[in-house]
Design a protein around this ligand. Structure first.
Ligand code: HEC
Ligand code: HEC
Length: 258
C-alpha cells in the first residue's frame, strides 16, 4: 500500500466513523420522542390543523354540514362524534364512521356542506395513523383518571397551571427544546422519566425549584440546563401543597403505577 493509499484509507475510516457516531447520537436523542408527539407532527404534516385549528384545539365553521363545523378536538366534544377507538380510525381513514356513512340522511346533508372531513385512506401509513390516534386521544382527553379521584383533580390542576403547554397534551408530549441535553421537553410518561425523577421528592423539586440538586448541580446537566431556552419554571410560592399532591397522583396514574 502506498503512503497516499494509507491516507485515503484513514480518511475513509474517519468519515464513516463520524457518520456512525452522528447516526447513533440521533437515534439516542429521538428514541424517547413520544407517540403523541410524533402524532402532532403527522397532524401538522397532513394539514389536520387547517380545519381543526393549531394543535387541534380550535374549530372551523363548516356551513351546511350536519354538525356545522370542523370541531375542536379539545374539551370533551369527541363524545358527540366518537363512540370508541375504532371510530377515530374510521373518521380519519373514511371521513366518517360506518354508522354515519350508512345513514342516507347524513350523506344527503353532507353533500350540501362547504367543508367535510376528508378520508385519508391511502394517504397515511399505518404507523402515522397509530401516532395520529395517540395524539387525538391525548388532546381530546379520551382517557382520563376516574372522576373525583385525586389523580383527576391533579390533571385539572396541571391544566390550570399551564403544565401541558410545555409537557404536551395530558403531559404525554415531547415538545422540541433546542440546545437541551436531549433536544426535547420530557414527557411525564416517557422511558427517560426515571433518569430525571427518582422519587416523589424529586417531582416536588422539579416543580418547586426547576429540578433536583442531583441534576441542577451536576456539571454536565447544569451546562445544558443553563443553555436551554425553555426551562422548567420554578413554581415555588405559586402552587399549594394540595395542588402538588394531586399533580403527583396524576403523574403516578399516567405512569400506570400506584
Ligand atoms: C378540510 C377540512 C378538514 C381537514 C383538513 C381535516 N378535517 Fe377532520 N373534520 C372536518 C369536519 C368538517 C368534521 C366534522 C364532520 C363533517 O362534517 O364531515 C371533521 C371531523 C373529524 C373527526 C370527528 C370529530 C372530532 O373532531 O372528534 C375527527 C376525529 C377528525 N375530523 C380528525 C381529523 C384528522 C386526524 C385530520 C388530519 C389527518 C383531519 N381531521 C383533517 C374537517 C376536516
Ligand atoms: C415553560 C415550559 C414548562 C412548563 C410550563 C412546565 N414545565 Fe416541567 N419541564 C420543562 C422542561 C424544559 C423540563 C426539563 C428540564 C431540562 O431539560 O433539564 C421540565 C421537567 C419537568 C419534570 C421532570 C421530568 C419529566 O420527565 O418531565 C417534571 C416532573 C415537570 N417538569 C413537571 C411540571 C409540572 C407539574 C408543571 C406545571 C405545574 C410543569 N412541569 C410546567 C418545561 C416546562
Amino acid at each position: 500500500m502506498t503512503r497516499r493509499h494509507k491516507w485515503q484509507l484513514a480518511g475513509g475510516v474517519v468519515v464513516v466513523g463520524s457518520l456512525v457516531l452522528v447516526l447513533a447520537f440521533h437515534l439516542w436523542r429521538t428514541k424517547n420522542i413520544s407517540s403523541v408527539q410524533r402524532g402532532w407532527t403527522v397532524a401538522h404534516n397532513k394539514g389536520c390543523f387547517t380545519c381543526h385549528g393549531p394543535g387541534g384545539i380550535r374549530g372551523t365553521p363548516a356551513p351546511g354540514s350536519t354538525f356545522g363545523e370542523a370541531p375542536t378536538w379539545e374539551g370533551g366534544t369527541y363524545m358527540m362524534y366518537v363512540k370508541d377507538e375504532q371510530e377515530i380510525r374510521d373518521w380519519i381513514l373514511d371521513g366518517a364512521p360506518a354508522r354515519l356513512r350508512s345513514d342516507p340522511e347524513w350523506m344527503r346533508q353532507q353533500q350540501k356542506a362547504v367543508i367535510t372531513m376528508p378520508g385519508w385512506r391511502g394517504a397515511i401509513s399505518e404507523r402515522e395513523l397509530t401516532d395520529l390516534i395517540a395524539f387525538y386521544k391525548a388532546v381530546s382527553d379520551f382517557v382520563t383518571p376516574p372522576d373525583s379521584s385525586l389523580a383527576e383533580q391533579g390533571r385539572q390542576e396541571a391544566k390550570k397551571l399551564g403544565c401541558f403547554s410545555c409537557h404536551g397534551p395530558q403531559g404525554r408530549g415531547t415538545m422540541p427544546n433546542v440546545r437541551s441535553f436531549k433536544g426535547y421537553i420530557p414527557s411525564w410518561n416517557g422511558d427517560d422519566f426515571p433518569e430525571l425523577v427518582q422519587n416523589d421528592q424529586e417531582i416536588r423539586d422539579w416543580i418547586l425549584d426547576g429540578g433536583p440538586k442531583r441534576i441542577l448541580e451536576h456539571p454536565v446537566a447544569k451546562w445544558f440546563i443553563e443553555r436551554e431556552p425553555i426551562k422548567m419554571p420554578r413554581f415555588r410560592g405559586h402552587i399549594t401543597d394540595e395542588q402538588m399532591n394531586a399533580i403527583i397522583a396524576y403523574i403516578h396514574w399516567l405512569r400506570g403505577r400506584p
